[in-house]
Design a protein. Structure first.
Lengths: 891, 268
């Protein structure tokens, strides 16, 4: 066993020794470990050969046999050879001049072009040197072939200080991806290129087709999710359709999408900032429509796009490059510029700004609004869905490419009408033909200034100083429609007020909180009189606000009333201008209350207005007030004022012609009782009806209302009495039995002729009925006279005077002395009894406490004044034969 | 006659190997393989994983690891090196049990008994560690003498011997478990029985050692004393790692993304 072991050990020792000896013996082994084809066996046709064909040192697999993780782990390098590595096994382009000392294999690049194990400068600790044909210190090896890609000024800089240019994070990221920096931190070719371990084309450590590589260092020059506030030209975007991609393709730029290397070239580019075309030409290759800016004033100092924009680190939206001064923000606040990018425009266009020695126009303080939404979709840009400067203006050129085109997106008319569709009818109307020598038909600028307007509604002109109480639009209209204006239709030619403006608009069917010209008129329409609602026929426009002044069913509805006879011409005129125009006109009135006609004569407004027609020879001459009519125009006594206020009938303000409002002075006038547009009684146009209890009369004459229910209320005695004017008690009210307000027979507004039964008119009022054949013939008074001869009756106030004892002259005038005792001295025809609360309501026999007597006894009476103790006797038997027979003075 | 004999020998060698079975994967230049308990472990380091298959090539799972390079599966534990000085120990389910820091540039690992044997590319040495990662001994260094290495690479072991690929020196060196040089297998050359650029080694039992050659594309069988036994297969494309399991030889061709399986005659 021991022997066997010894033999075995000997064999082993010999075997090991032989192998070692062979290695030592072959002085070429160091060469042969790579130059396999130099082996003698490789040159003979041995059946034991394991290889069918020799492997050369320059073959890639020979390199791999050490770099597969044994001597070094360069597997990624070898994998990269067929992907993103520096090209190997490829022919060198014909125009590429290989420097000396960099061999090719069969005319192709191979590992040995750059690498060699025979270098004497090699050091395993310095991989820049090891096995490189030239030490690649500071990219020297790279530059040896790629000198043109390293020249300063035409290439991405290398070997420059990066301390202030690169963030630590960027450096770390580059290193993570396999990039390298010089020992002093400078950029190298290998900062972007990893010759064998690249992960992207052109041996780059990251892709440039999506700008990832550039973004690592140029972090602030690209927008990103991490830095959404950065303002840079967008990348990773499709080209705009109109872009001239062919130029970029010819330059070898990235064209699948817009990337850093679409505009920039990293190598061999002479343009500043390494852009593929001079900056003046570059932007417009894609932004083709904006190229016209070079022909405009916005090509400031010949800087083209860079006049206002910068592709990187912009100061505002839209890659704005210009400073935005405080004045611009103040100005934007002042004019309420609310559009998304307005501040960019205003950064230059603020007052008194000068650029390059030239004053920059501003938009004034009254300018077209921005920042507001439009009512409907329009084919104009609306940044953020709202109006802005750029809605109308294309800052790079005008629609017609003309220098004086004011950067408008469309012709002025088309532009305005794009949003203001409803106003486009102006072309068809009178306002579309203003100063046709100067303005195109329908040109908005004839009236409006979009910027630097002089008044409301962007008016181009204003009429003097308008009252702050008046809507600004009125100054706008009056600029042309005043008596000296250019408009054909002039207003304010009358000394009397026009239709009021500046007051609250009562209607929600017409625009504006306050009444203005534009409440009734639409200046942009072509319809009749530019009215928003027609007036013809029923005057619907007027009635929209004056809802309580409909004339329908009244005699003042001239177009429909059977009581009015119109000539054909008058009817046509009324049909055209509306029924209200019979009396009123909104402009240039002849008198107050917008009176359209020459007013009649008279003291009060009512007399003048009503007297226009209700006058002899007038349209309503059959409805005049006559010689004796209800008094109007008198100064209102305190007593009457209380009476009228209680009635709630209006006094009429003689300044305005309208019912006096609280605190205003007014007088009794036609319109106190009458409402010419209707009223409660549309036939009589009275504010209250007269039928029945005659509320119109009794609302004021409350004391006389006591007649209702008495036997002087002819309804009580069952008689439908018709007075001399044809008024019937049952139809025309209780008062109409004796009185009428107009065309009365005398001052007491008596409704019929008074019979001369006695020589005293006051008594005759009573006796006209209380006589044989009179209405009250069943109550005929035979004895009613009081002696007059040698009798002077006095009704002065004296100590102890009691009761009510009026005396009258022969013609019925009440006096205090020298008058006669008439029926009304003892009787009040309106009051059946002062001492009984309710009227009888039916025919009854009277007594001393009723019977329309003014007094129930004679204490303190004028009777006692003369007759003393006999007075009672005489008073009681006044209407009897007895007292008259006994007293010769009655004879 | 000589050529006829050589051809016949080549044919027999080919027949000796039961060709036709292989495992393929979407690997990126895998570096090592091992077979244990019916599972094939493929180190797909550039994809940061170890792909696990059954013997029929069905993919079972992936074990995540950072840049793994060498592997040895023993006693239900998976030992994995990476060339940045780490050794990971996973359980059979792929859970990381331990992470050890190693010296130099660890290439491959073999666990035998209570020792870890690591080939160290930086120092061209065979480093012997305890299971806790304590370096016990370093064998070798750069050179051509016995127990020196130029291009030390993968290794395998029998129960008492270590077989270490000495790639540029064109040999496989044999050590005992204490790291003492025992002998060398292979001589420089490109004929049968010779090695030009050995890459993988596997002990296949019965004193047989299989060695792959990346340049010649051959896998040859030697005895542990250095004697050439037979050519298992030639014409492979850059074969590297080997593993023997129950009489079958698993050969990794990383550029082909393939593990070929050969049955060895006469090997239990």
């Amino acid at each position: 066993m021991r022997k066997s072991l010894a033999v075995l050990l000997t064999i082993l020792a010999i075997s090991a020794h032989e192998a070692e000896a062979k290695l030592k013996k072959s002085m070429k082994k160091e060469c042969l470990v790579c130059h396999e084809n130099w082996l003698l066996e490789a040159k003979v046709d041995s059946p034991k050969l394991l290889l069918k064909s020799p492997v050369k040192a320059a073959d890639r697999i020979m390199c791999l046999s050490c770099h597969d993780g044994s001597m070094a782990d360069d597997r990624l390098t070898f994998l990269g050879l067929s992907h993103f590595s520096h090209p190997v096994d490829e022919e060198v382009p014909q125009d590429f001049k290989m420097p000396e000392g960099f061999p090719l294999k069969d005319g192709k690049l191979y590992c040995g072009t750059c690498h060699t194990p025979h270098t004497e400068t090699g050091s395993e600790k310095k991989l820049d040197y090891t096995f490189m044909r030239k030490p690649n210190v500071n990219s020297a090896l790279c530059v040896a072939c790629h000198e043109e890609n390293s020249a300063h000024g035409e290439n991405h800089p290398i070997l420059e200080e990066t301390e202030d240019k690169l963030s630590g994070a960027a450096v770390e990221r580059i290193k993570e991806l396999g990039g390298k920096f010089s020992s002093s931190g400078q950029m190298l070719c290998e900062s972007c290129h990893a010759v064998h371990t690249a992960s992207s084309e052109k041996a780059l450590i990251a892709s440039v087709s999506d700008s990832k590589l550039c973004s690592i260092c140029h972090e602030e020059n690209v927008n990103s999710k991490e830095h959404p506030s950065f303002r840079n030209h967008p990348i990773n975007k499709d080209f705009p359709e109109e872009a001239d991609v062919s130029f970029f393709k010819a330059k070898g730029a990235i064209t699948d999408s817009v990337e850093c290397l679409t505009c920039h070239k990293v190598h061999k580019e002479k343009n500043e900032h390494l852009v593929v075309a001079p900056e003046k030409e570059l932007c417009i290759l894609c932004h083709t429509d904006e190229r016209w800016v070079n022909e405009t004033k916005h090509n400031i100092e010949g800087k083209s796009c860079k006049s206002c924009h910068t592709p990187h680190k912009a100061k505002g939206r839209r890659l704005w490059s210009r400073p935005i001064p405080e004045e611009a923000f103040d100005y934007a606040f002042l004019i309420e510029a609310g559009g998304k990018d307005d501040i960019l425009c205003l950064s230059c266009h603020f007052p008194q700004n000068r650029i390059a020695g030239k004053e920059v126009p501003d938009v004034g303080t009254l300018t077209h609004p921005t920042g507001k939404e439009v009512k409907e979709k329009v084919n104009l840009p609306l940044p953020g869905g709202k109006l802005s400067c750029t809605t109308c203006h294309e800052p790079h050129h005008s629609y017609n490419r003309r220098r004086d085109g004011k950067f408008l997106r469309k012709s002025r008319l088309d532009l305005c009408y794009t949003c203001h569709k409803e106003q486009s009818d102006v072309k068809l109307g009178a306002h579309g033909k203003i100063d046709e020598k100067r303005w195109e038909r329908g040109d908005c600028a004839a009236c409006h200034s979009v910027h630097k307007a002089k008044g409301g509604y962007l008016s181009r002109v204003v009429y003097g100083e308008t009252s702050p109480m008046e809507p600004p639009v009125d100054g706008f209209c009056l600029a042309c429609h005043d008596p000296e204006g250019m408009a054909e239709h002039k207003i304010k030619q009358s000394v009397f007020n026009e239709h009021p403006v500046g007051v609250d608009n009562p209607s929600d069917k017409l625009p504006g909180d306050k009444i203005s010209c534009a409440t009734c008129h639409d200046p942009h329409t072509h319809k009749e009189e530019l009215l928003r609602i027609p007036v013809k026929g029923s005057s619907q426009l007027c009635l929209t606000c004056h809802t309580d002044q409909k004339l329908s069913g009244t005699p003042h509805d001239f177009l429909n009333s059977s009581e009015v006879e119109l000539t054909e011409e008058e009817r046509k005129e009324l049909l055209k201008k509306g029924v209200c125009s019979a009396c009123h006109t909104p402009h240039n009135p002849e008198y107050k209350v917008l009176w359209a006609k020459k007013p009649g004569s008279g003291k009060t407004i009512g007399e003048k207005l009503c007297g226009t027609c209700h006058v002899e020879g007038g349209m309503a001459e059959d409805a005049t007030i006559g010689e004796h009519s209800h008094p109007i125009g008198r100064e209102i006594t305190e007593k009457n004022l209380e009476m009228i206020e209680a009635s709630r009938l209006p006094l009429i303000n003689q300044m305005t012609g309208h019912p006096a409002r609280k605190g205003e002075k007014g007088i009794l006038d036609c319109a106190t009782c009458h409402e010419p547009h209707g009223g409660a009684d549309k036939e009589r146009l009275t504010r209250y009806v007269v039928e029945g209890d005659s509320p119109l009369c009794t609302s004021c004459h409350t004391a006389q209302a006591a007649v209702i229910g008495t036997e002087h209320d002819l309804r009580v005695v069952g008689k439908n009495y018709k007075n001399a004017l044809g008024k019937e008690v049952l139809k025309d009210g209780v008062c109409s039995a004796c009185h009428v307000p107009h065309r009365a027979k005398d001052k007491l507004l008596w409704a019929f002729d008074v019979e001369e039964v006695s020589d005293n008119k006051m008594s005759n009022y009573c006796l006209s009925c209380h006589r044989e054949g009179g209405v009250a013939e069943e109550k005929v008074v035979e004895h009613y006279t009081h002696p007059k001869k040698d009798v002077v009756v006095r009704n002065f106030d004296r100590p102890g005077r009691m009761g009510d004892w009026p005396i009258f002259t022969k013609d019925g005038k009440e006096v205090h002395a020298g008058g006669e005792i008439a029926c009304e001295t003892c009787h009040d025809p309106h009051v059946w009894s002062k001492w009984q609360k309710e009227p009888p309501g039916k025919p009854v026999e009277g007594n001393a406490l009723n019977s329309f007597l003014r007094n129930k006894d004679l204490r303190g009476s004028i009777c006692v004044d003369c007759h003393g103790p006999e007075a009672l006797y005489r008073y009681k038997l006044f209407h009897t034969d007895r007292v008259r027979l006994e007293n010769p003075s009655y004879k | 006659m000589k050529a006829l004999f050589a051809g016949l020998l080549f044919l027999l060698s080919s027949l000796a190997a039961l060709a036709g079975e292989e495992i393929k994967g979407d690997w990126k230049f895998p570096s090592d393989i091992d077979v244990y308990a019916g599972r094939v472990y493929v180190v797909d380091g550039l994809n940061n994983r170890i792909s696990v298959y059954d013997l029929y090539g069905n993919h079972i799972t992936d074990i995540k690891a950072e840049n793994p390079y060498g592997i040895d599966v023993e006693d239900g534990l998976i030992y994995v090196t990476n060339q940045k000085g780490k050794l990971y120990v996973f359980d059979e389910f792929g859970n990381l049990e331990r992470e050890l820091s190693l010296e130099g540039r660890p290439i491959d690992v073999k666990k035998v008994k209570d020792r870890l044997y690591i080939t160290n590319g930086e120092d061209e040495s065979l480093d012997i560690y305890t299971l806790d990662g304590e370096l016990i001994e370093r064998v070798g260094g750069k050179g051509t003498s016995p127990s020196n290495f130029v291009g030390i690479f993968l290794l395998d072991a029998s129960k008492d011997r270590l077989f270490v690929v000495d790639s540029v020196n064109a040999r496989v060196q044999e050590f005992n478990l204490d790291g003492e040089f025992v002998g060398s297998i292979g001589r420089f050359g490109i004929e049968e029985g010779e090695l030009f650029r050995p890459k993988g080694v596997a002990y296949c039992g019965d004193g047989k050692v299989a060695i792959s050659d990346g340049i010649t594309g051959a896998v040859q069988l030697f005895n542990q004393y250095g004697g050439f036994e037979e050519l298992v297969m030639s014409g492979l494309h850059y074969p590297t790692a080997l593993a023997c399991y129950e009489g079958e030889l698993f050969v990794l061709e990383p550029l082909q993304k393939r593990v070929s399986i050969f049955r060895l005659q006469g090997v239990k």
